[in-house]
Design a protein around this ligand. Sequence first.
Ligand SMILES: Nc1ncnc2c1ncn2[C@@H]1O[C@H](COP(=O)(O)OP(=O)(O)O)[C@@H](O)[C@H]1O
Ligand code: SF4
Ligand SMILES: [Mg+2]
Length: 394
Amino acid sequence: MTTTADVRLGNESTDNEPLLVVEDLRTHFMVPAGAVKAVDGVSLTLERGKTLGVVGESGSGKTILSRSIMGLNVVANAVTTGSVRYAGMELVGQTPKQMKHLWGVEMAMVFQDPMTSLNPVVKVGRQLTEHVRQHLGMNKSAAKDVAVELLRSVRIPEPEARFDNYPHQMSGGMRQRVCIAIALACGPKMLFADEPTTALDVTVQHQILNLLAAQQRDRFMTMIMVTHDLGVVAGRTDDIAVMYAGKIVEKAPTGALFADMKHPYTQALLFSIPKTSNPKHTRLTAIAGRPPDLISPPAGCKFAPRCPYAQDRCREEEPTLTVPDATGHQYACHFPIGTSESEAAFQRNLDAGVPQTLAAAGRVQATDDLDALERIVQTKVGAAPAGASQEGGH
Ligand SMILES: Nc1ncnc2c1ncn2[C@@H]1O[C@H](COP(=O)(O)OP(=O)(O)O)[C@@H](O)[C@H]1O
Ligand code: SF4
Ligand SMILES: [Mg+2]
């Protein structure tokens, strides 16, 4: 059995190794209809002090991946297998009681909605001091000093006065700053930020992301930044892992990913980045279709029903991640972007009137219902000569 002392020992003895090594991690939820494969064979490595962006649409498994790494999936129907080595210590198979020693002190999480992580009937100062006292064993007055300093460090103006606020007396941005302060309170080495700005408006989003980046740098924390928005992680992370249906489908240093995007799903995410200059944040092009059923996903590539490049091979044979190139870039695709094969595949689909390909080419409006999209294509484009350039109906 591993104790806190073992955890600390592991930490000291492996300072030159990556802080986090995840191998073939799977979390399946057993439900009457079968196993929901929420995380399905994820491997990743994270060096100390680095930030990894985990990107994918809603339902792709980002939160469950983070929770699986932290050992927070304690629901009875969850089965987690594979390996999570944190500072040289295996975490998969640890009990919540054992993991408790790591939460807050070694790893902490900032959640999407500050209201769900804050207690609405307890003053924010007390929520901070309780956390500090519980984990660091400080007395009341020392804990208050620490709490006020934490509020100051997350740039809450007049922290002494704000200490006595209830959460509802603060704006959404201020509440998220408090959550960040709580997460930072015990000096975690690793911070998970799970869509920390989704509930906030665009200006506040930037402030919070900048705050997280500054804290990460100052404290030399290792960070996993989870988001559905590729725009959020561009320029803010060292590496990016793109998730689809519980798997990583592309992984690269951030610069390499944007310079030489290989996976059609990553490209679709890029095209669907909300236009922040537009007050309504309209999407440039929505991705056609919806993510697959995780109990019985399609055979072959799980993105095939929505992929503008999909060919027969994709529907038959599931692509696996390539061996990393010199930059560490990996992707799982039979027709990677930028190759003559993918250009030919796209053109073939365009000529054949494949709905999602026509949508990607801007000839019809993408919709999340592939059957409806097909009907639109049949009525508005279907009769047109193959490959003819025309405006799609909306
Ligand atoms: N307790 C659960 N039981 C069954 N399925 C679950 C449970 N929790 C999450 N899921 C499913 O796991 C998938 C991944 O969820 P999640 O990681 O929250 O996605 P994301 O964070 O990328 O939006 C979703 O399809 C979700 O419905
Ligand atoms: S393997 Fe085929 S279907 Fe899957 S992303 Fe690549 S081109 Fe698209
Ligand atoms: Mg989530």
